[in-house]
Design a protein around this ligand. Structure first.
Ligand code: PHE
Length: 425
């Protein structure tokens, strides 16, 4: 439940549709799906496995497992990079989550009733130009996240997710139904699922792979930290497959709800980070009961973002508390403060915002994932791996082992090389 809460977030509802739009749709979506299946799932199994085996925070997990395998203590850099990546992501994540919180109030006040592309577009532009408003919402979101992490993660989180996620999913289905009736459904469908590879640049392939890591919360220790809380008798492989399936499903449903509205209302698919914030309110503003419905929807987007944000700072907090013997509040407060300051940077400079987004999703997470795969499948003892994945058949184990040892690392490296090549070609 907690892992699903971490995976499902702004990445699915806000980021996936807008980057699919910027990268031409279908072919990009296909590459993303292939990356989830062939790179994301095997590496996610590896990351959970490391955490559960060591039962420590990500930095100490890597240190401990490396020592156990007589390997270099430099492997703990995976943990360090993860803590840093979590902070960097949190910096822009909480700004976007802040937009969602603002939309809760705006929807409740009926701001979007009868709205169209121009009025909603103007609202979004005004919000993203108002530093004060954004600072207020960004601060609110950071405080909400810090409060929960300070209180100890595992407690209420499972219940919140169990209750909220299904409601969010139902709301997305209702939106999908609205898009089917009122939107340009076929145009949306064709955009997302017809593959035109001529639109696919090296940069798009890298973005698709980076997003597979981002959306699964993979490569930065969040999943490792949650793995360390996982009971020994729970099935890692089944859990990971379920999380990846739900995460992908939610992204695709969000995309299918958004694009028919985009095309029916003359919004550019490549409109960028405002795509969801401009298209969905048009639907809410023109359906009956839309004010209540929209309010609820943005509350749930906020909750989804919040359950992801918790996992962004948890690795760092766990490390601080376990290493320095300081209390959770102090540890969480300092992580929160650094993230909050970085968030101010993102509000004042959209270049900084984009830089952090690209740096983490396209580089830090895939590199973290690559190292996790190599460590697990080349450094650790096969018998130890077998023990953690004991519930799956020999065939499935071998399939996972081959993917983690060879295919997934090769996939990540190939995409990096292809990116470098296309930069110079
Ligand atoms: N997976 C989250 C989302 O899709 C973002 C995230 C990335 C959370 C990395 C934790 C770690 O919104």
């Amino acid at each position: 439940m907690a892992a699903t809460g971490s995976a499902v977030g702004l990445g699915n509802i806000w980021k996936f549709p807008y980057i699919a739009g910027e990268n031409g749709g279908g072919a990009f979506v296909l590459v993303y799906l292939v990356c989830i299946l062939m790179i994301g799932i095997p590496i996610m199994i590896a990351e959970v496995l490391l955490g559960r085996r060591a039962q420590r925070n990500p930095i100490n997990t890597m240190r401990h497992l490396a020592a156990q395998a007589d390997a270099s203590s430099y492997w703990q850099l995976i943990g360090w990079m993860g803590v840093l990546a979590g902070l960097f992501i949190m910096m822009f994540y909480s700004v976007v989550a802040g937009w969602a919180l603002d939309y809760v109030v705006a929807s409740a006040q009926g701001t979007f009733s009868g709205g169209d592309k121009n009025s909603v577009g103007a609202y979004f532009t005004e919000l993203t130009q108002s530093t004060n408003l954004q600072i207020a919402w960004h601060s609110t979101f950071t405080i909400l996240t810090v409060a929960v992490v300070a209180a100890g993660v595992t407690k209420g989180l499972g219940n919140a997710v169990r209750f909220m996620m299904p409601v969010l999913f139902v709301l997305l289905l209702v939106l999908l139904g609205y898009s089917y009736q009122q939107g340009n459904f076929m145009a949306g469908f064709n955009f997302l699922f017809s593959f035109d590879f001529s639109k696919l640049s090296g940069q798009s392939v890298l973005t698709a792979m980076g997003h597979a890591f981002f959306t699964l919360s993979l490569g930065m220790g969040a999943i490792m930290a949650y793995g360390s809380y996982m009971p020994k008798d729970a099935s890692i492989a089944k859990t990971v497959c379920t999380v990846a399936f739900l995460d992908t499903l939610i992204a695709l449903v969000a995309g299918m709800a958004i694009f028919p509205l985009v095309f029916a209302n003359g919004i550019e698919p490549s409109a960028g980070p405002g795509l969801m914030f401009v298209s969905l309110p048009i639907a809410f503003g023109n359906m009956s009961g839309g004010d209540i419905f929209g309010t609820l929807f943005f509350v749930l987007v906020g909750v989804a973002a919040w359950s992801s944000a918790i996992s962004l700072i948890e690795p760092g907090v766990a490390w601080l508390t376990e290493t320095f013997n300081i209390n959770r509040l102090a540890a969480t407060g300092s992580m929160g403060l650094v993230a909050w300051l970085g968030g101010l940077g993102c509000i004042y400079s959209s270049d900084f915002f984009n830089f952090l987004d690209k740096l983490t999703a396209n580089f830090m997470l895939p590199i973290g994932g690559l190292l996790i795969a190599i460590f697990t499948a080349w450094v650790m003892k096969r018998s130890h791996l077998n023990k953690e994945l004991g519930d799956i058949s020999g065939l499935s184990f071998n399939l996972w082992y081959a993917s983690t040892r060879v295919f997934a690392p090769l996939g990540v490296l190939t995409i990096f090389v292809y990116e470098v090549y296309s930069l110079f070609a």
